[in-house]
Design a protein around this ligand. Structure first.
Ligand SMILES: [Zn+2]
Length: 534
């Protein structure tokens, strides 16, 4: 009887001692040899060294048969692991391992392999855990498998000039199996090779067959011959792949196989299909994954009807970064709604105060320059959060902080209002990808005819980012003694005067002569004095 490998892994673990012993190749210790039912014959040689402390299946086996469980890998952060509760399977640091003590797991793998090779006790070998992949499915919905099964010739490909095989659309579903099996007019065929009576394959492909290469086909979907017109080479590899965790292993692995196959036959260039992967998190409700079977789903439509799409978008993007799971919260939705209402009121109040004169950056006072610096720091942060890090939540938080600062700014002078205007315009542009509807209206309210989605994304003004003052370190004879704040454009004598005026610095220099001072602009001043007699 053939037992599926999955069953072998999960079946109750059984074993019996052989009465024989093996010698540990490094320590020389005697190790008992057991026959067991959970070792996969197809993986490696079928003979394995068990590591009960660091493999859960070995741990269960050793526990059942009262074998030693000796922990040799420990948490790298120094925390304790209770080995009586389960195997420690993470990477960590080695202890109780002789000459390998203190190495981390990866270093230890290399060092132990080197040891075995150099002592003639082993060699490096990569074992693949891949299994054969059955690509056929007994269902109607799928791409047809273009094969004709002939009793004499075996599996014969459908000739090129008869491709593609197109499935009929007038089929009757009976709820079990593929309806194609009940359609002799479809499956009765002539063998392309011997002309004898044969049957067309009615199985269809697993959907993985298509999802493994669609990204390449999408680049040139209207070319019905092949992908050789240069467009796949132009577009690929995919810059950013976004998918759920359930696709992170098999689908992406298959896609790489297909890509290399297509590369080898000259359909695409390059070795890899995707440059970056973002694995999105799940939406949780009361700590559990939302699912239809659990009945704990939230219908966004009801919230959209109540609050509008912008509120729902803002909440979902603010609640967590996209690669983390998101805990659904009705109060979070309320908070998003309040923020948008507040933004609306603030812009309306600002516009209500009348027209704004053009900003003249050279005429700004220090309070106005501080606010303008925050506007441009927000541009820098949000551009990076959205464009590179995909942390939409921190982008939103930065705009919220900017809007707080704008709401507290009470300078109603002409240039004060001009800076506020730049601030509100910037906030609206930066929020447009998140809450496009309200931003479209706010942009009009701020006096623009054009659509906000047609506006060029802002870039930070380097002058605005420059600070008026800078903190520098004061050293006396190379030793840190204080930190002082000086105007960014202070000259040497001003910096020296401020430094020597510091009480902490005076303690070290009084009664001595200053021999010289060394200034690194924007960073430090080192005052060199004659050493005091101690
Ligand atoms: Zn045949």
């Amino acid at each position: 009887m053939k037992i599926a490998e999955e069953a072998v892994e999960t079946a109750e673990k059984l074993g019996c001692p052989t009465g024989r012993w093996a010698i540990h190749p490094v320590s020389g210790a005697k190790v008992p040899v057991w026959a067991a039912n959970f070792v996969l014959m197809g993986y490696g040689t079928g003979a394995v060294m068990a590591v009960p402390a660091h493999d859960q299946r070995d741990w269960e086996f050793a526990g059942k048969y009262h074998q030693d469980i000796r922990q040799v890998v420990f948490p790298a952060d120094g925390s304790r692991w209770d080995i009586t509760q389960g195997a420690f399977v993470d990477q960590g640091m080695l202890r109780d391992s002789g000459q390998f003590d203190g190495l981390d797991s990866q270093q230890a793998c290399d060092a132990i392999a080197d040891y075995l090779v150099s002592h003639g006790k082993g060699k490096r070998q990569v074992n693949y855990r891949l299994r054969d992949w059955g690509v056929s499915r007994q269902r109607y919905w799928g791409a047809p498998i273009p094969i004709i099964n002939c009793p004499a010739c075996g599996s014969v490909p459908v000739p090129d000039d008869e491709l593609p095989v197109v499935l009929p659309t007038d089929v009757g579903f009976e709820g079990t199996g593929s309806p194609l099996k009940n359609m002799p007019e479809l499956y009765q065929a002539e063998c392309p090779r011997c002309g004898g009576k044969a049957e067309r394959e009615t199985d269809t492909f697993d959907t993985f067959m298509e999802s493994s290469w669609y990204y390449a086909r999408y680049t040139c979907k209207d070319n019905d011959k092949a992908m050789l017109d240069g467009r796949a080479a132009y577009w690929l590899p995919v810059d950013q792949y976004i998918g759920g965790i359930e696709h992170a292993i098999l689908h992406l692995l298959y896609a790489r196989f297909f890509h290399r196959l297509m590369r080898d036959v000259g359909l695409v260039e390059g070795d890899e299909p995707f440059t970056n992967l973002l694995t999105q998190g799940m939406v949780l409700k009361d700590g559990a994954k939302m699912s239809k079977s659990k009945g704990n789903t939230v219908d966004p439509q009801a919230l959209i009807d109540k609050y509008g799409a912008d509120t729902v978008r803002l909440f979902t993007m603010f609640a967590s970064p996209p690669d983390q799971s998101l805990e659904w919260s009705d109060s979070g939705v309320e908070g998003a709604y309040r923020f948008l209402k507040r933004l609306w009121r603030l812009v309306a109040a600002h516009v209500h105060q009348g027209t704004v004169v053009p900003l003249v950056v050279d005429h700004l006072n220090s309070g106005q320059r501080d606010l303008r610096r925050q506007v441009h720091e927000t541009i820098t942060k949000v551009s990076d959060d959205i464009g590179r890090r995909y942390t939409f939540n921190t982008a939103i938080a930065a705009v919220m902080e900017l809007i707080n600062a704008l709401s507290k700014f009470d300078d109603r002078s002409e240039q004060g209002r001009a800076v506020m205007h730049e601030g509100y315009e910037t906030a609206v542009i930066l929020l447009t990808p998140i809450v496009p509807h309200i931003c479209t209206r706010l942009w009009q309210a701020l006096g623009h005819q054009e659509q906000v989605i047609d506006v060029v994304w802002p870039s930070a003004d380097a002058d605005a980012l420059r600070k008026d003052t800078v903190e520098i370190v004061v050293q006396v004879n190379g030793k840190l003694r204080d930190r002082i704040t000086v105007p960014t454009n202070a000259d040497r004598s001003e910096i020296l005067a401020t430094a020597t005026g510091s009480p902490k610095v005076q303690h070290y220099i009084e009664g001595t002569g200053i021999k010289k001072s060394i200034i690194v602009p924007g960073k430090l001043i080192n005052i060199v004095i004659a050493e005091k007699d101690q």
